[in-house]
Structures are given as structure tokens and as C-alpha cells.
Design a protein around this ligand. Sequence first.
Ligand SMILES: *[C@@H]1O[C@H](CO)[C@@H](O)[C@H](O)[C@H]1NC(C)=O
Ligand SMILES: *[C@@H]1O[C@H](CO)[C@@H](O)[C@H](O)[C@H]1NC(C)=O
Ligand SMILES: *[C@@H]1O[C@H](CO)[C@@H](O)[C@H](O)[C@H]1NC(C)=O
Ligand SMILES: *[C@@H]1O[C@H](CO)[C@@H](O)[C@H](O)[C@H]1NC(C)=O
Length: 444
Amino acid sequence: MAPRVKWRGQSGRRWRAMVSLPWLVLLLLAVAVGVEAAGEEFVYDGFGGAALALDGMAAVTSGGLLLLTNDTDMNKGHAFHPEPVRFSGGGGGVVSSFSTTFVFAIVSEFLDLSTSGFAFLVAPSRDLSGAMPQQYLGMFNASSNGDPRNRVFAVEFDTVRNPEFADINNNHVGVDVNSLNSSAAATAGYYDDATAAFQNLSLISRQPMQVWVDYDAAAAEVTVAMAPARWPRPKTPLLTTRVNLSTVIADAAYVGFSSASSIVLCKHYVLSWSFRLGGGAAPALDYAKLPKLPRIGPKPRSKALTVALPIATTVIVLTAVAVGFVLLRQRLKYAELREDWEVEFGPHRFAFKDLYDATGGFKDKRLLGAGGFGSVYKGVLPGSRTEVAVKRVSHESRQGMKEFIAEVVSIGRIRHRNLVQLLGYCRRKGELLLVYDYMPNAKW
Ligand SMILES: *[C@@H]1O[C@H](CO)[C@@H](O)[C@H](O)[C@H]1NC(C)=O
Ligand SMILES: *[C@@H]1O[C@H](CO)[C@@H](O)[C@H](O)[C@H]1NC(C)=O
Ligand SMILES: *[C@@H]1O[C@H](CO)[C@@H](O)[C@H](O)[C@H]1NC(C)=O
Ligand SMILES: *[C@@H]1O[C@H](CO)[C@@H](O)[C@H](O)[C@H]1NC(C)=O
């Protein structure tokens, strides 16, 4: 996404340009023929493809985030809009009113651990190689801190309380003029529009937040406001302080961000940024174009899944248990006893399930007769529809069973008019079932 660059010429006529080559040429031509820039504004809705001037750790991620800090090596990073801004373009060495807004997020490795912060700054030079990291936020060093020759105006977002700079706490916003000893500071947060109550915002919460910084030249006043990202600007600012920036900011100065790493890995991101010189609010940011922050920790589960998963699991487990129970019952109900020696009698072997079905589950009304030997039931074999008589004999001992079956089967091979024909048998635990041709007149 290329930054939108708007330029306002002397005539007051406004024109917009995308930073593409033809427009750039036209812009340069306009400057060359003497169109003095009395006002200027730019918008970065995400930083993908933006031609920022970066140094140190600063980088633009593939997702379009401006990443200011990316390690724990006591390093620093800077990102500037590439061209200097003519702050006193109106003449007389008086710095014009300006307005800027940006969305940032500090993503700390540990949510409860303060690390170093970052700052929005206006500096006469992009070369901050002499500045120190850590508590100096990449803006000053021990000897330059407080020196009016710095000509640096900054708004710091500080997550460490440094007594040497008289910091108010470890979560504050400060207006810095040539020094880290802020000329005004407030706990990070905002005043609720409805209740006017102050709400803290934790800078290291990993949540994106929007900041508005305005300088009113006529009143020589700096105003800072902040709110969670995508919220409207709070009506009551977080802090307002009188400072005449005409004695601070150089005629042509660079605007951008400075940040420094510390012993704890803490990434400082800027998601989008707009700036306007010459009165009026900075262009609104397009929240739809805010680049996505990298996810930290496990992927949050969707609500549907959180509810549906346990229900589905329960249903599946219950179904499996029920099916298992039914199968087990079925197995026990139709369980048979089979031994190796029975293979040769295979053709005479009946499945218990068939006999069970044939006799309607050995119902009493199918009973043909009962005696010391066992009970006899009438049945119809499924499939062949043959009418049979099934004799159930209790048989605990397995001794002699082989001989008995052999005998029974051989008798079955004999066909005789007066002899009830034996069709076969079945064995269960403690039970022998003999299957005969059904004969209406036979005595069972
Ligand atoms: C940040 O640092 C990590 C680890 O050194 C590296 O893999 C990653 O590419 C860096 N990200 C950027 C945007 O430079
Ligand atoms: C401190 O910063 C100033 C201004 O940038 C620079 O001139 C000076 O060399 C720095 N001092 C050290 C010790 O780096
Ligand atoms: C806000 O932060 C300050 C300083 O850390 C703390 O003293 C105060 O209790 C906090 N207030 C709320 C409402 O969290
Ligand atoms: C700020 O300072 C400049 C230059 O010293 C001066 O011209 C201007 O009047 C001052 N502005 C205010 C509001 O005091």
C-alpha cells in the first residue's frame, strides 16, 4: 500500500498524488518552479511499500507493520518520513501548527514486565547515531540530554520509571523538549467521554492504541490524547502543556519515531500514521487498512468450536459406548462354542443365531415338549423355510463330546421312515442344541 501524499500549494489549491513516478516528477517540477509548500500532509495506512528512512533495528514487516525494535541487544531504531518538513514555511521563524495521529502497539514477551518505550519525534537531522538505547529511547545520550542545541521535540511512551529523568511511573506519556526529563507527563490512558472518569491504558498490553498529538501555534500549546485503536478521539485530552516550539523545532526538520531495545524482548510497532502541517487535524486513518499484529500464544478457539466440540465429543463417546454395549450383548446372546475337531462336522453345524431366530428366541409357545433330557422347540429355519425341531440339552461336561457328536451326525446320515431325521447341531457353553426335521406326529 503506497502512502497517500497530499500537498497544499501557495494558491490554496489542493491536489493529491499517489507516490508513483509520474506524480513524483510532477511534484519535483512544482517545487522546482517555485511553488512554496505552506502546508503539507501525508498518510501511511500501513507501511507496505512506504519509502521511509529507516535505521538501526527499524524495518517494515511483510504484513506492512513498521517494526521499530526487534531484539534485546541494547540497540535502537529510527523511522522517518523521508523528506524534511518545512515547519517555519510560513516565515518569520515561527513554527506552524501541526497535527499527527498514529496507531501503535508494544508487544512485550512478558505482559507484566516493563521494557523500554518509544517516542514520536521531530528532529533537525535523521542521524541519531550518537544517541543511546535503553532509557535514552534512541534520542539522546548522557551528555546531550537537556541540551537546547538538540532542537528535538518528542512525545514519549515510556514503560520504565527512570528516577534520573524524574519519571512519574512505568506507564506514562511525556512531552519531551530536548530532554528525557519530560516538561509534562501523565499516566497512559484517557478520559471517558460519558463519565469523564480516567481509564488507564497499559502500554505493554500488546493492544493497538491510537495517539493524537497537536500543536497550536497561536496558543503555543501541545495537546496529547490517546485511546484504544478504532475508538473516536476522546473529547478531553490526556495532557495539554504550553510550549513555544518556535524556539525548539528547526525550520526544516524530520518527523518520525525512535525506539530502543532493552534486556527484555519487546517489539514496538507502528501500524499507521498521518501528519498535517499548517492547521487542522491530521488526515483520518483508515482502520480497515490497519495491518494485522502478529499473533502471540495459542490460536484462540472460535466460540462455536468451544461449545460444539465438547457436545460432539460427548455424543460420539455415548454413541460408541451404546454401540459397543449392543454389540457385546449381541455377541453374548449368540455366543457359541467351537473346537478344532468340529471342522469335519462343518456341514452339520448350525449357527446359534439361526436357531434363535427360527424358534422366535426359544419362546414358550414354541415348546413342543420338555423332559429330563431338555426342551424341544418348533422352528422355521430362516432362508430354507424348513420346519425343524430344536432340542436344547444341558451339557456341562466336554468329555466324550467329540464321540457324541460323531455318533449323532452318523445317525443323521441314516434316512428312515420311522426315524426322526437329524439335520445337525450347535454348541454353546454348557449347552448342546440338536436340530431335527419337524415331524407333526412324533413324540418329543
Ligand atoms: C525480527 O527478528 C527476528 C529474529 O531475529 C527475525 O527472524 C525477523 O525477520 C525480524 N523481523 C523483521 C521484520 O526484521
Ligand atoms: C551525544 O550526542 C551528541 C548529539 O547527538 C553527539 O554530538 C555526541 O557525540 C554524543 N556523545 C557520545 C558520547 O556519543
Ligand atoms: C492506573 O495506574 C496507576 C499507576 O500505575 C495506578 O496507581 C492506578 O491504580 C491505576 N488505576 C486503575 C483504575 O487501574
Ligand atoms: C513563539 O515564539 C516565536 C518566536 O520566538 C514568537 O514569534 C511567537 O509569538 C511565540 N508564540 C507565542 C504564542 O508566544
